[in-house]
Design a protein around this ligand. Structure first.
Ligand code: CO
Length: 470
């Protein structure tokens, strides 16, 4: 080690975002997070991922929490640690493409409310869908990290990844992330990929993977040895399975080597002690299903992310057709091929998955085609790495002309219209964005918020009348 310069690996902690999204359906509340952030702030993390992805939707929909309020509270508590979010390019945190003015405003408000690092990705790796968000982050002096959705297939060669990395660097990204949402990157392939990317660009490289297929910690080790600068891990109570490798384990693995992050295991143990009862509660209530904790080798065989597998199971369950599971799994790669071989990550994973289910259950491929499949085949999500199957495309959109430009170029500015539509609910500027992303869920939340206020006011009036009898 003497001749080898120290190169401590940096660590992004995911327990406040991806870990609970992957294991307990994003149900961790702000109140559950706040008591421990003081300790987490002392670890020396490169960043804490705590916002974006499904957290926004789940906060509003299930927890009846204002996600912006959560962000401000976390910002107030994390005095020394950078806060990181996940951002779906032109989809922001939603499922469709938004106009540039909404994307720009969302980036501006995320940074104003406390985000330091924005990890931006596109489900098709169409980098035109990243431009607006990256430029906005640059303008607001945030750190713009572009994530490449990692996947396998004929088109995804080392040349492909190298070319993408160069284009990302040219675009003004501050760092590059290999986003392996399905846990498909195996250890020796990681060596090859990281070495290649390091040679192609000067950008710091971060690796994000999931334990789903059982190789993740080995993949991190190989990647770090090959020059990967930052890895994503989760504190042990919410690590492994469909989540990330455990923070404590990776810190201990690199201890005393050139890559030692220098974390205090006692401090990590205190943090783990805090989260462990929460894990036990989730296991007891069924929110944490032991099934997601094991090794799922099917994810490697079918190249399907863990979250998508569980979605398929529940869709088939709803249709009382659980025996069609393997037929659907085999149909997924075929649909993916017809759809231009995109990576499978939100929202492309849902689109391909649902279409595969329909193809099997209806007994005839593409007898029924979803609205989202049609939109994808019309080019509304952008360009795929390979062309669509022309026959399937024709079945879906007939003689309609497909979009070839950047899809958002066809969307007129929409912020003003949205603001006018929701004016009666607006209590803060951020509410406009909440409504823009999830109009129905946001309206329900705004109603709830208002009702809570009225309740509080009534209680206050009640006690006031008791205090001052007239
Ligand atoms: Co993830």
């Amino acid at each position: 080690m003497s001749e080898q310069a120290k190169r401590p690996v940096k660590i992004t902690e995911t327990i406040l975002r991806d870990a609970h999204q992957s294991l307990i359906a994003t149900r961790m509340t702000t109140e559950q997070m706040l008591p421990i952030i003081d300790k987490m702030d002392k670890v020396g993390y490169h960043s804490v991922e705590c916002w974006g992805g499904a957290t926004f939707d789940a906060s509003l929909r299930f927890l009846k929490e204002d996600p912006w309020e959560r962000l401000r509270k976390l910002r107030a508590g994390f005095k020394n640690t950078k806060l990181q979010m996940l951002f779906r390019g032109q989809n922001i945190l939603g499922y469709r493409h938004y106009a540039d003015d909404v994307v720009e405003y969302f980036v501006q408000k995320s940074i104003a409310n406390g985000i330091d690092i924005i990890r931006i990705f596109d489900c098709l790796n169409d980098i035109r869908n990243l431009e607006t968000a990256v430029k906005a982050a640059n303008k607001e002096k945030g750190h713009a990290q572009i994530a490449l959705s990692y996947t396998l297939g004929d088109a995804y060669t080392l040349d492909y990844w190298t070319d993408m990395a160069k284009r990302i660097e040219d675009m003004g990204a501050d760092s590059l992330c290999i986003k392996d949402m399905a846990g498909l990157l195996v250890p020796y392939k990681a060596t090859e990929l990281v070495e290649t990317l390091k040679a192609a660009t000067k950008l710091p490289i971060q690796l994000h993977t999931h334990y789903t297929s059982g190789v993740a910690s080995m993949t991190y080790m190989k990647a770090v040895e090959a020059g990967c600068d930052i890895i994503d891990t989760a504190m042990s109570p919410f690590a492994m399975g469909t989540s990330q490798p455990a923070t404590e384990v990776m810190a201990e693995t690199f201890k005393g080597t050139a890559y030692d992050p220098g974390f205090d295991q006692n401090l990590l143990a205190e943090i783990a002690d805090y989260f462990r009862p929460m894990r036990d509660d989730c296991l007891a209530s069924g929110l944490l299903n032991p099934k997601v904790m094991g090794v799922n080798i099917k994810t490697l065989m079918y190249q399907v992310p863990g979250g998508m597998l569980s979605n398929l199971v529940s869709q088939l369950k709803d249709a009382h057709q659980e025996d069609k599971y393997y037929q659907v799994l085999e149909e997924v790669p075929r649909v993916r091929k017809d759809f231009g071989e995109p990576p499978l990550v939100t929202p492309s994973s849902q689109i391909v998955g649902t279409q595969a289910v329909l193809n099997v259950l209806s007994g005839e491929r593409y007898k029924m085609i979803t609205k989202e499949s049609k939109a994808l085949l019309r080019g509304e999500y952008g360009q795929t790495v390979k062309p669509f199957n022309a026959e399937v495309q024709k079945k879906a959109i007939g003689d309609e002309k497909a979009i070839t430009c950047r899809p958002a170029d066809l969307i007129k500015p929409e912020l003003k219209t949205i603001e006018a539509e929701m004016a009666q609910w607006k209590e803060q500027d951020e509410d406009v964005l909440t409504y823009a992303l999830f109009p129905q869920v946001a309206t329900e939340f705004f109603k709830y918020r208002q009702a809570q206020k009225t309740k509080v006011d009534l209680t206050a009036a009640d006690s006031a009348s008791k205090a001052y009898p007239v």
